[in-house]
Design a protein around this ligand. Structure first.
Ligand code: AN7
Length: 367
């Protein structure tokens, strides 16, 4: 029988801080498609792939880190998990809490969560609290909350989150046979770019994975090199580009509407050690890239995810994409989570009904 993907802990347990006997909470996350994009390759003169993280069980990359973080909670006495979120973390935490038999509390910035993500948290039975503030305010609240109450914090400041998320790099190397030359990501709280960098470094044998015993030190390197890490923030939510936190971040890519990234230092290390950079793209560039990816590659992502594509196109237009380079862009979340933002630039959509005849259909389709 063909191999059925088991989830990231089972697939990569020798490189994760888990023992075979540890409890595992999984929805079979990971194993996501790495899709070659002919359109992006032709436009940039590079060899471009997209890692489609919207194919995870709750529709975003967060599931990779939630399986590890929430599995670890089962080794404690905590019965409640909590997170601040711009939407995807809460959707994922809520689902994995259900799978673990735990309760979930989510603290969200009021009015700034895409409808699909809110629906997920509600359907998975999470307790929702909307805050009159932004994500950074929410994270401050939940950090204090988890310090004073028997509640486990599952934001990416929880180190087990990044441990799970690093597995995306492993999958990419396993599929391509080596690391790409360049890896491009959207950056919000900066956990994911940090996790990918950790994964690439470990797979190339340059660092040793955190393991529950010393067996990890005997692991073979699977890659001969590490990629340059390129990150892209939204124009008015770009603290890492400006070099200081932003009080009032603003972008229609609400997932990355973050002014003070928790993994600031890790992201800067990934950028500098890899010889990459972190830049910013406008909301218009994000929407255009989202549209192009859907129309020319067949992958519908949410706005924040398209920041990686917008960044690639912007860098290419500036003549700074090396000819023939192998490039992977992570597209972090599924477009179905936020159809309102995707459709807004398309103008008024009117589907006037036609008569139920073949002739009327042919005429309407201009065939
Ligand atoms: C689709 O859900 O921070 O740089 O609270 O949902 O690791 O924060 C989401 C972030 C990119 C940025 N793309 O990743 C949350 C949250 C999507 C996202 C990011 C997020 P990080």
């Amino acid at each position: 029988m063909a191999h059925q993907w088991q989830g990231v802990i089972a697939e990569y347990i020798d490189r994760l801080p888990f023992a075979e006997s540890d409890p595992v909470v999984t929805l079979r996350e990971g194993g996501t498609p790495l899709v070659y994009s002919r359109a992006l390759s032709e436009q940039t003169g590079a060899e471009v792939y997209v890692k489609v993280e919207g194919m995870n069980p709750t529709g975003s990359f967060k599931d990779r880190g939630m399986t590890t973080a929430i599995s670890k909670v089962l080794q404690t006495d905590d019965k409640i998990v909590a997170c601040a979120s711009t939407g995807n973390t809460s959707a994922s935490a809520a689902a994995y809490a259900v799978a673990a038999g735990l309760e979930c509390a989510v603290i969200l910035p009021a009015g700034k969560i895409a409808a699909g993500k809110l629906a997920q948290a509600i359907m998975h039975g999470a307790k929702l609290v909307a805050v009159d503030g932004n994500f950074d305010d929410c994270l401050n609240i939940v950090r204090e909350l988890t310090e004073s109450y028997p509640v486990a914090l599952v934001n990416s400041v929880n180190p087990y989150r990044l441990q799970g998320q690093k597995t995306a790099s492993f999958e990419i190397v396993d599929e391509l046979g080596d690391a790409p030359d360049i890896h491009i990501l959207p950056v919000g709280n900066a956990g994911n770019i940090s996790a990918y960098w950790m994964g690439y470094m470990e797979y190339a044998g340059k660092t040793t994975p955190a393991s529950i015993d010393d067996s990890a030190t005997r692991l073979e390197a699977r890659a001969t090199k590490v990629p340059q890490m390129w990150g892209f923030q939204a124009w008015n939510a770009a603290p890492l580009v400006l070099g200081h936190p932003i009080e009032a971040p603003e972008t229609l890519a609400t997932a990355i509407r973050i002014g003070n990234p928790a993994s600031w230092d890790y992201a800067i290390d990934a950028r500098d050690t890899s010889g990459g950079f972190i830049d910013r793209v406008t909301d218009e560039e994000i929407l255009e890239a989202q549209s192009l990816l859907a129309a020319q590659t067949g992958v519908f992502v949410e706005p924040a995810s398209a920041a990686s594509i917008a960044g690639l196109l912007k860098t290419s237009a500036a003549g700074k994409v090396p000819e023939g380079a192998k490039i992977v862009c992570t597209v972090t979340g599924n477009g179905l989570k936020d159809t309102a933002t995707a459709l807004a630039p398309k103008g008024e959509l009117s589907f006037d009904p036609i008569a139920p005849t073949i002739d009327a259909a042919v005429a309407a389709l201009n065939l």
